[in-house]
Design a protein around this ligand. Sequence first.
Ligand code: KG4
Ligand code: ZN
Length: 416
Amino acid sequence: MINTIRLLFDTKLVRYSKDLLTRNVPYVCKRNLKTFNILGIETSCDDTGCAIINNKGVLLGERLHSQNLMHLRNGGIIPDVAQDLHRKYIEPTIDETLKDAKLTFKDIAAIAVTLEPGLPLSLAIGMKYAKHLARTHNIPIIPIHHMEAHALVVRMQHQISFPYLTLLISGGHCLLAVVKDVNKFLLLGESIDNAPGEIFDKVARRLKLRNVPEYSQMCGGQAIEIAASKATNPHMFQLPLPLTEFRDCNFSFSGIKSSALYQLFRKEREHNITADKLIPEVNDLCAALLMTVCRHLVHRTQRAFEFCQQNDLIPEDNKQLIVSGGVACNNYIFNIMTMLCNEFDYKIYRPSPKLCTDNGAMIAWNGLEKWNRDIDIVNDLSSLDIKAVSPLGESLISDVAKAKIPTKLMKLRLKA
Ligand code: KG4
Ligand code: ZN
């Protein structure tokens, strides 16, 4: 044993860690290796994701077990059901990822795993399994913040330097933040109630879009995007634009949702709609919903541009907006955001759709970025725990409100 340790130490592979002293097990540190791989595990909500990337950021294998169909059938995510499915699929998902990459745990330098924020029952499965693997194979864990991973994964595909502005839009969150570095975020605004993906999913369910064969396997946001593109009278329904009197960068979506549902009830009564039937104006209502959400996102982002300029948060020669999270898959929203960016001389990027929605690669990538900077490489596994709620970075939300920027909002000629 001593010889083994000496041998490894001589080849600079061993770091004498707390683990070595307390558990009498050598912590094999692969930090000095020229080539290494990071395994990422994502279980924060309803997707069991795993991916392996090498030290150059090349994706060697990835697997995703989506629970979408089960939750569509149940009319939403039931946390116990999500947990059972994570428990069932986590091991095969990881094994298949290793097989795809033609690797074993001997080739893995660290396990990156989402620990915050998310559904506690779902997060717990990822954490427990990651700890089990870390103990068994004697490798460290890199804890990952789910929203930080969404904000950073674009760097896996594009050369984007810090600092940049990010708009993260998903089923659980909506926020605007300046990404200063891998572990430095300035939060400019966030949703005070629902997230955009959440209201898309709820309204799609209530519209019964699932009963249309074309949409039957799609998440709500995607179904609404396609239905909206078929609208014949996109201005038939007017939904209220939220928070117009507040000169900040926060978001609110619950009023849009309530108003869309109210208009739906009205039309259902008017047409005497029963059971599984959809209202005839379903495409127009989807268009109104998408346009209003989009308008709100554009207005708050415009104010964020102005706040960043006033406070020198983004250099003139590095004006970049990164849109990420599941809702960033929406081409209509991305195209309108592109128009806004053109007006303000910002470049705009988003990760490819598979990397916008929850996935293991963004966790592995965040693990690699932390590994390269020696951030959060944890050997004392007992110090790791999950957090359901976890704000992103340092909050500048009250500074934005105090600035009271009287944004002259860009005129949008929207048509879904
Ligand atoms: O990031 P994500 O996979 O999970 C969370 O962290 O929440 O985002 C999932 C959300 C769902 O609410 C889904 O309806 C939405 O992303 N989404 C979309 C589209 N594709 C997925 N929303 C609008 N348009 C899309 N094309
Ligand atoms: Zn997400």
